[in-house]
Structure formats: structure tokens, C-alpha cells
Design a protein around this ligand. Structure first.
Ligand code: FEO
Ligand code: CA
Ligand code: CA
Ligand code: CA
Length: 605
């Protein structure tokens, strides 16, 4: 079938065959098994109510694990293989498969309040018997915490206190209740977690103002109807015109201090942040990469003014408060005539070129004509529009390779990419769907310096099912020897610097369930894609964490059964009890969950 075991590596596996989209199972390679560590509704605290779908409220959900798990990291405590913790974000909710129609009708306010509390993040203590074993979550663990759509955040950076951030509840413009649509994120070198507030537009009733239109906020009732319970979600309400300006930021959380107040960093700009990947530059500045996940939107990076101090967490937690915010411009080195939309490789042998980081804000000064620093940071897309940033095919995760320092950017797809809009960095525009399957770009900062204002780039792969698409490209690796892949989303690395790519949307594009793939980057196997797992029906694979030296891979299984409805569920992951109860430990609905995949042979160390 064209699939071969990988040579060497600390997590050897034979690629699995792609799984048909309706299969409701976790599929893992031979020699591996899986277990859910924690699921939506699991009680986090000693006094948490039992999970009970017929009595779920804001108060109960605030003490339970949230919904639609996305960004994930898993930590073991230093030098200790028996205790640790995880951090997981909860991007959004699917009320139609979370609650029965009867409950939604009889308890509309409880449903909305539970949904608000099911957003945000969870921090959860873990324990196990020893290295290579399965983690279990610790109810009542000392670090356990829920951060939700109503948790108090402080705002810092140049736009903190701006008139653009003030509401009648917060006349200082520095205190916000809640974080929403937390998508991908990152762990900083100083041990905090960054989380991107992504599609926050959907929660607000707009006024029709142009800056709202540019970010996707429109007038008229939202589908979630939160505005009926809390007037701050309607920007037409007296005193709340700026409420939406208080979302769309990178937030920073200290997971080891459950009493700390999380922060929204205005210095990193406001857009639909996917990811927040922090790395220290050669001369000690903190650099954060983040994409704006929308068709034809931009890629950004932030470079701190101050320098990182090893071991000084208090100081390092101020690094993202001041610095330079840049937006990316990609230039190709092949003639425009050779970029014909088909995915045909240009005559110089590569989709490649150089790029420029264009500064938008330096410290507290705007570098964008006719925009104040507050305006640039709050309406960052408008600033990118003015300076000629490159319009990309939906920037999702962006991660730095810990072994090589190269940067990888997942561009998930763009149905709106047309032939007259292609460029060498976004070269696919098919008549039947633009860039349907997405691609992955590799970026190398000049002189290997993450603070550089120039970079080189090339396309690692153009995704697709080689059996059905002629626009696929895998850096020259034979297309008949790779796993089909579509809609790259989250990225991670193993200890040897191989890239792992999770997908969101394969079912609708190539008919197979969403997946986690390993992609070799260096040497003769560069571009080789090997599928490691498939998630259950209608789910997306999120937050991969590759602990190859611990025989384990972790994923967050997001929105299992999303295409179904109450009473017509398409998934019962991970409990798989279709006839089960609606309260207690195993219930008859799909539950987003954090999963550990582990070697059953233990031969990987
Ligand atoms: Fe939340 Fe762009 O995925
Ligand atoms: Ca080229
Ligand atoms: Ca994503
Ligand atoms: Ca996505």
C-alpha cells in the first residue's frame, strides 16, 4: 500500500492507512494504545458537582473540565516522572450536542452560562506510576484551575488604558472579564503559557463600524445569543461599544500559580490569533510568532524590548509588555509567469524566496501613517493592510523547531484564492476550490537570528491526496509514498526535530478523518508524510505534544460528533456508550478529551 516503517527514531511506527470519515474510533498504529486522560465535564475540584447533563449550569461547568479542547501542553515536574500537569484550551462550544433540546428550551440561561464557563482554559495536575506510563488527572490537585469566559484578566502594553478599551464596567480600560475562542498557543521559555484568542467576532452583536467589519463582527443577533444574558456582548448597548476590543489578544497565564491574574498583552496586536510561539533570540530578546487565521490575512511577530533573564520568571513575565510588532511580507524569486495556480514547481526547483518583517509599532510609537499606537494595536489588520503585508492562505499554527531553529507555518486552506491572486508563497488556485488542501511554509531567519528583520522561506509541502490531486508537492519526496494530508493546522516537534502536523478539515476535503502526521524535514526523507493516528467521527486533531523520549504522543480531540445532533450523534467518543446515562462517569454523548497515545511495547527509549 506504499506505507513503510520509518527508519529509526524514538517513536517507531508503521504509518496507518487513512480512515474513512464516518469511523467513530481513535485509530493508532500497531504497537500503540490510547486512553483519555480527561474529558469535558470531568470534576476538577473536591467540591465540583458530578457531570450531569440534565442540570448543567454556569456554576457546575466552572468547576469542571471545559469543552472543545485545543491547545495542549503536558509537563512532568522537574526530575520527577510521577507528577506533572497539563494545560489545555477550550476553544468553543457545540450546544446542540452538549444539551438536549428539552433542556435548551427549559433552561436557556443555564445553557448560555454553562457555555461561557466551558470556554477558556484548564490547568490540571497529573500523576502516574513512572516514566512511559499513562497519566491520570488529579481531582483537587494544587494547580487545578479553570479560566473561563468570565475570569478576571488585566491588560498591559501600550494600548492598556486606551479609550478604545474602556467600557462602563471598566473605565480604566485595564480589566477584562473572560477569554474567548482560545485556539493554539505556546509554552514560553520562562514557564508560562500563551493562548491566542481567535474567532472572538462570533460572540458580539456589531454596530456596522468598518473596523468591526474588517475583523468579522456584524450587526444582528449572534447564533449563540449570549447578548440576551449579558448586554456587554451587544456593542450597541450604551457603555459597551468597546467590549469586543477587549478580545482578540494573546493572553499569558502562569500555570503554576492558581491565584495569579492572567494578562492580555496589547503589545502583540489584536487579530484572530492562532498560536503564540515564544523563543529567545540570539542576543536575549523574547520573540513571539503568531498568525491571523482568516483567508487573506497576515503573519506577525513580536520582539521584546527587554531581554530574557534565565531563572527570573517575574522579570520574564514583563517581556511581552513592550517591544516591536512586525507583519510579514513574502517575496518569491521565480517569475510570476511560472506561478500558474496548478502547484507546478517553478523552474528553479522550489517555491521559495525571501521576506521582510515590516515594523508596525516600536515600543510606544506607531510606525504606520495616520494611525496612533492604540489604533495599530487594536485594529492591527488595518495596519497590515496599509503597509503591504502578504495576504496568506489562513495562517494557523506557527512553531519553531527546537533542533534547527527553523520556523514552520501551517496555512490550512483558502477557497477564495484565485488565479489573479496567486504568489509564490500562496501558489495554488484551482478552479474548483482555490487552495483546497493548504500548505506548510518553512522560514529561516537571516543569520539564524529570531530578531532579524529579514528571512528566507520555502514551501515544505502542498497538501492533498496524491491519489486524487495533481497539485501536491512534498519537497521532492515521491508522492506515491506519503500519507494523504489536507488542512494542516497545529504543529509540533519530536526530540529529533521531526515535524508533526495535525489536521482540521480533512473529512470535507479528502474524505478521511482528521489525523496526526509525522513529516521528516532533513535529508533524503524530507517531505515524507506518515500518518500516526486518526481521530473519531467529525473530530479535529488538536494540540499534538510529542514526548518520544517518554513513549507517548498526546492530542486534544476537538468537536467529536460535531456534524451530528442530539439523538442523532455521529460520535460517542471517548466513552462509547450510546445507550448510557446523561449523568455520571460515562455518558451517552460525545466528549472532547485529552488523549494519551502510548507504546505498548515500551521499546522506544
Ligand atoms: Fe481555531 Fe484557526 O483554528
Ligand atoms: Ca523559486
Ligand atoms: Ca487551529
Ligand atoms: Ca482550523
Amino acid at each position: 500500500n506504499g506505507f513503510h516503517p520509518t527508519g529509526g527514531g524514538k517513536l517507531p511506527f508503521e504509518a496507518i492507512a487513512p480512515v474513512e470519515r464516518t469511523v467513530d474510533a481513535m485509530t493508532v498504529p500497531s504497537g500503540y494504545d490510547w486512553a483519555a486522560i480527561i474529558r469535558w465535564g470531568d470534576p476538577l475540584f473536591d467540591d465540583s458537582p458530578e457531570f450531569d447533563l440534565e442540570n448543567q449550569t454556569g456554576a457546575s461547568q466552572a468547576k469542571q473540565f471545559g469543552y472543545n479542547s485545543d491547545y495542549l501542553d503536558v509537563f512532568s515536574d522537574g526530575g520527577n516522572d510521577r507528577t506533572g500537569f497539563l494545560v489545555n484550551s477550550h476553544e468553543y462550544t457545540n450546544e446542540n450536542i452538549m444539551f438536549s433540546p428539552e433542556y435548551r428550551k427549559s433552561n436557556p440561561q443555564d445553557v448560555i452560562e454553562a457555555a461561557i464557563e466551558a470556554h477558556g482554559l484548564s490547568i490540571v495536575d497529573l500523576k502516574r506510576g513512572g516514566k512511559g506510563q499513562k497519566w491520570e488527572y488529579v481531582r483537587g490537585g494544587r494547580r487545578n484551575r479553570r479560566i473561563t469566559g468570565s475570569t478576571l484578566f488585566t491588560v498591559d502594553g501600550p494600548a492598556a488604558g486606551s479609550d478604545l478599551l474602556k467600557t462602563k464596567d471598566d473605565t480604566t480600560g485595564t480589566k477584562v472579564l473572560g477569554t474567548l475562542n482560545n485556539c493554539a498557543g505556546g509554552t514560553t521559555p520562562w514557564g508560562t503559557v500563551l493562548s491566542g484568542e481567535e474567532n472572538f467576532d462570533q460572540y458580539f452583536v456589531g454596530t456596522g463600524a468598518p473596523e468591526q467589519t474588517r475583523i468579522g463582527i456584524s450587526p444582528g443577533p449572534t447564533s449563540r445569543r449570549w447578548e440576551t444574558v449579558d448586554p456587554r456582548f451587544n456593542l450597541n448597548t450604551e457603555g459597551y461599544a468597546n467590549e469586543a476590543n477587549r478580545f482578540g489578544w494573546i493572553v499569558e497565564i502562569d500555570p503554576e500559580d492558581p491565584r495569579s491574574t492572567p494578562v492580555k498583552h496589547t503589545a502583540l496586536g489584536r487579530f484572530k490569533h492562532e498560536a503564540g510561539t515564544a523563543v529567545i533570540s540570539r542576543d536575549g530578546h523574547a520573540v513571539v510568532y503568531s498568525g491571523d487565521d482568516q483567508a487573506h490575512d497576515y503573519v506577525y511577530k513580536f520582539v521584546s524590548k527587554q531581554k530574557y533573564r534565565k531563572g527570573d520568571k517575574k522579570h520574564n513575565m514583563t517581556l511581552l509588555s513592550e517591544g516591536t510588532l512586525y507583519v510579514a511580507q513574502y517575496s518569491g524569486n521565480s517569475p510570476a509567469s511560472e506561478i500558474d495556480g496548478t502547484g507546478a514547481v517553478p523552474s528553479d526547483g522550489d517555491f521559495d524566496g525571501w521576506g521582510r518583517w515590516i515594523p508596525l509599532v516600536k515600543n510606544d510609537k506607531s510606525l504606520v501613517p495616520d494611525m496612533t499606537v492604540d489604533e495599530v494595536l487594536v485594529n492591527t489588520r488595518l495596519a497590515g493592510d496599509k503597509v503591504g503585508a502578504t495576504k496568506m492562505d489562513r495562517p494557523e499554527d506557527m512553531e519553531t523547531n527546537p533542533v534547527t531553529g527553523k520556523i514552520y507555518l501551517a496555512l490550512t486552506n483558502n477557497s477564495g484564492r484565485t488565479l489573479d491572486g496567486v504568489d509564490e508563497a500562496n501558489p495554488v488556485a484551482k478552479a474548483d476550490g482555490g487552495n483546497r488542501d493548504g500548505h506548510v511554509i518553512e522560514m529561516i531567519e537571516r543569520r539564524g537570528d529570531h530578531a532579524s528583520e529579514r528571512f528566507n522561506w520555502n514551501i515544505l509541502l502542498l497538501a492533498g491526496d496524491p491519489a486524487k490531486s495533481d497539485s501536491v508537492y512534498f519537497s521532492g519526496f515521491p508522492a506515491d509514498q506519503v500519507s494523504p494530508i489536507s488542512c494542516p493546522d497545529n504543529l509540533a516537534f519530536d526530540s529529533e526535530g521531526n515535524l508533526w502536523v495535525s489536521t482540521d478539515g480533512q473529512p470535507g476535503k479528502i474524505g478521511y478523518s482528521d489525523a496526526l502526521h509525522k513529516v521528516s524535514l532533513e535529508g533524503r526523507n524530507r517531505g515524507r508524510v506518515e500518518q500516526f493516528l486518526a481521530v473519531p467521527a467529525d473530530a479535529e486533531t488538536c494540540g499534538p505534544v510529542i514526548h518520544d523520549q517518554d513513549n507517548s504522543v498526546f492530542v486534544a480531540v476537538q468537536h467529536p460528533g460535531e456534524g451530528g445532533d442530539w439523538g442523532a450523534h455521529t460520535s460517542y467518543f471517548p466513552d462509547f456508550v450510546p445507550e448510557g446515562p446523561l449523568k455520571g462517569d460515562r455518558v451517552a454523548v460525545p466528549r472532547p478529551a485529552v488523549v494519551q497515545v502510548f507504546s505498548t511495547t515500551g521499546n522506544n527509549g
